[in-house]
Ligand binder design. Structure first.
Ligand code: NAG
Ligand code: NAG
Ligand code: NAG
Ligand code: NAG
Ligand code: NAG
Ligand code: NAG
Ligand code: NAG
Ligand code: NAG
Ligand code: NAG
Length: 567
């Protein structure tokens, strides 16, 4: 019996020595992107990237348009595209693409595998592979505002009512692809956003959708990761119940992530959460053994050495407040120093300034961490990151829509915004390294003055009016956008981040089709800045279309040379 066995063994050795099979089987040289000792790896080589967001890509009717879009993205040396792999409707639309029907009736939930359904996504995946581009495919969205449906009982139509100014065709806005609230409206036992995370019927429906999409591309090397949701939170345009807390979303993330890994061992799973913390909160997935957080990252070079207290360890909240306090002190010192420098005779040697730590300066009564750190979004990015089946950390950066650390009042508003972004990036770099997983900034953007008329916040369907101060942004210049993007990219790359994905790409010369994301005529949408010209991809306020387009692409291209010199 051992002779035939030996023959088989020899045969196997011979086969594995042939060049055709060398890429098969060996995990370290897998054609699938995976995590290794130094971050991501593919085909045995470390992999880092600059990416862009193109949520509307599978709504394009023309294969040539998809091909052209990938070609221009590749020409900017961008190697990763993040897009929506969901498109839920509550009634079958007259035209346009849809992936899943979630409606009342006998065929309540139907997945569309036809030519205007998942076959569009098939084309995207296939063309991505031809261009050597990797995809982050997002499976649902936290945001799907439907003001009339959500607030007035009995209205069953999509809210395109004249007078609401929401006349944009379906799919133009990133929050108009269905998502969590589409499931909640249909299956929720109450109209609360967090039903999506706890209602077993909804969990099963979403798992079913995820299963069908994942199985379709289970062997495609072009999928970088399955992102289970964009920006999952307790709240949305449908408000949360009082029961939702960070553990609700952590537990749901683990359920879905484990499920996807159980059916697809080839691809990584990522959470897609926006990176909000719940410092000091109880964890479902604590670090074992607990390792102390690394010293807070240096946001900018400290003017002098810093002495740390060695007594009892600080709580995460105390640590963050201490860091903010030290940042403030450093900035004050720097200001004083530059004034002194100006007054000092040129030949005097510079004396080092020693930083001092005083506990009373830190624990000011009533000082608050704010919604990015105190768990009020219902997200604990650290707990989610430590779910074993979650491969890497995700966060987002939208200073026009989210509050992060308090802006430095000593800086002008633009530089303060840049600094807030730098702090956010540094903090996530420290977190990811503490948990030993790679880190991707999955979306970042700033609204320019040119884009202000097109800007629609992620929980709204129409642009904020002038009187609506809450949602109104003033916008930065194209030059400031490039400056901020350049500084954020540079800080991320210097800190060893594994990928940064700008929001959002713009493509022109596309073929227009009625009722889809690309306007086919001057009729109807001319008044809307969201579709400025026929043949141009959607703009929700972050599109790079316009006068600054080439420069933004250069900023991204040059970041790509830094993060992945051999792209
Ligand atoms: C769908 O059916 C449920 C009852 O099963 C009902 O409460 C809800 O109003 C219906 N929704 C629409 C949009 O018709
Ligand atoms: C719709 O837009 C018009 C013109 O911009 C404006 O006058 C009107 O107030 C808007 N209506 C609503 C309900 O926002
Ligand atoms: C949730 O969103 C609603 C608007 O739908 C808002 O009124 C409420 O303040 C939000 N709650 C939290 C905790 O953010
Ligand atoms: C949308 O978000 C803004 C802040 O980003 C908030 O002020 C507003 O209340 C929210 N509206 C809804 C309908 O959730
Ligand atoms: C976590 O989710 C599972 C599956 O949905 C559920 O059975 C369990 O009760 C949840 N646990 C917690 C602590 O929420
Ligand atoms: C913003 O910071 C840069 C240096 O990073 C400085 O050159 C510029 O003057 C600052 N802007 C303002 C308005 O202070
Ligand atoms: C626009 O697209 C068409 C068809 O794909 C192509 O022939 C033409 O050269 C393109 N024009 C520009 C300016 O890119
Ligand atoms: C496509 O659908 C829209 C409504 O979503 C409608 O206005 C338009 O006439 C339709 N176009 C065609 C060619 O059916
Ligand atoms: C893209 O990379 C190639 C090769 O590294 C380089 O020659 C080219 O200038 C880059 N293009 C951009 C737009 O950065």
């Amino acid at each position: 019996m051992w002779l035939p066995f030996l023959a088989v063994l020899l045969g196997a050795l011979l086969v594995s020595a042939s060049p055709a099979s060398t890429s098969v089987g060996k995990r370290a040289s897998s054609q699938f992107v995976s995590t290794g000792p130094a971050g991501f790896q593919v085909n045995g080589t470390p992999f880092k990237f600059i990416g862009t967001n193109v949520y509307w890509l599978s709504t394009l009717n023309s294969d040539q348009d998809i091909d052209n879009t990938f070609a221009s993205i590749k020409a900017a040396n961008i190697t990763v595209v993040r897009l929506w792999a969901f498109n839920d409707v509550d009634a079958i639309p007259v035209n346009g693409t849809w992936f899943q029907l979630i409606s009342n009736g006998t065929d309540a939930v139907t997945i569309n595998t036809g030519p205007n359904g998942l076959q569009r996504l098939d084309t995207v995946v296939q063309l991505a592979q031809q261009h050597g581009i990797y995809l982050i495919l997002t499976l649902t969205n936290n945001w799907n505002p439907r003001p009339l449906l959500d607030n007035i009982n009995g209205v069953s139509a999509r809210d395109v009512t004249p007078g609401t100014n929401n006349s944009l065709p379906r799919n133009v806005l990133s929050n108009d692809y269905g998502g969590m609230d589409a499931y909640v409206r249909r299956f929720g036992s109450s109209l609360h956003h967090d039903q999506f995370y706890v209602n077993q019927q909804i969990i099963d429906q979403f798992k079913n959708y995820a299963t069908q999409v994942v199985n379709r591309y289970i062997n495609s090397p072009s999928i970088l990761s399955w992102e289970i949701a964009n920006d999952p939170r307790c709240n949305s345009s449908i408000p949360s119940s009082n029961n939702c807390n960070p553990q609700t979303i952590t537990n749901w993330s683990a359920t879905i992530s484990d499920h996807i890994r159980s059916i697809d061992p080839n691809h990584m799973v990522s959470s897609g959460n926006a990176g909000f913390y719940c410092l000091g909160c109880a964890k479902l997935f604590p670090l074992h053994p607990p390792t102390p957080a690394p010293p807070p990252p240096k946001v900018s070079p400290a003017p002098g050495s810093r002495r740390r207290r060695t007594a009892e360890p600080l709580s995460p909240k105390e640590r963050l407040l201490e860091q903010w306090s030290e940042d403030r002190k450093r900035k004050k010192e720097r200001k004083k120093r530059s004034v002194r420098e100006l007054q000092r005779p040129a030949n005097l040697a510079r004396t080092p300034i020693r930083g001092r730590w005083t506990s009373t300066a830190v624990r000011r009564q009533g000082e608050v961490l704010g919604p990015a750190f105190d768990g009020s979004h219902g997200v604990d990015t650290e707990d989610i990151l430590n779910i074993p089946s979650v491969a890497f950390s995700t966060f987002q950066l939208f200073t026009d829509q989210n509050t992060y650390s308090p802006p430095d009042s000593g800086l002008d508003p633009f530089n303060a915004t840049v600094q807030v972004g730098l702090d956010w990036i540094q903090r996530h770099i420290a977190t990811a390294s503490q948990f030993g997983k790679p880190l991707v900034l999955t979306a970042f953007g700033l609204v320019t003055t040119e884009n202000v008329p097109a800007f629609i916040p992620f929980n709204q369907t129409v642009a904020p009016t002038v009187s609506d101060q809450a949602g109104k942004v003033s916008g930065v210049t194209d030059g400031q956008r490039n400056d901020a993007y350049g500084q954020w990219l540079k800080a991320g790359i210097a800190g060893g981040i594994n990928g940064l994905t700008q929001y959002q790409w713009s493509q022109s010369n596309l073929t227009g089709h009625d009722g889809t994301t690309v306007s086919s005529s001057t009729e109807g949408n001319t008044a809307s800045p969201n579709q400025a010209a026929t043949g141009v991809s959607p703009n929700d306020g972050y599109s790079i279309a316009g006068t600054g387009q080439n420069t933004v692409q250069q900023v991204l291209g040059s970041a790509s040379q830094q993060i992945a010199p051999n792209t």
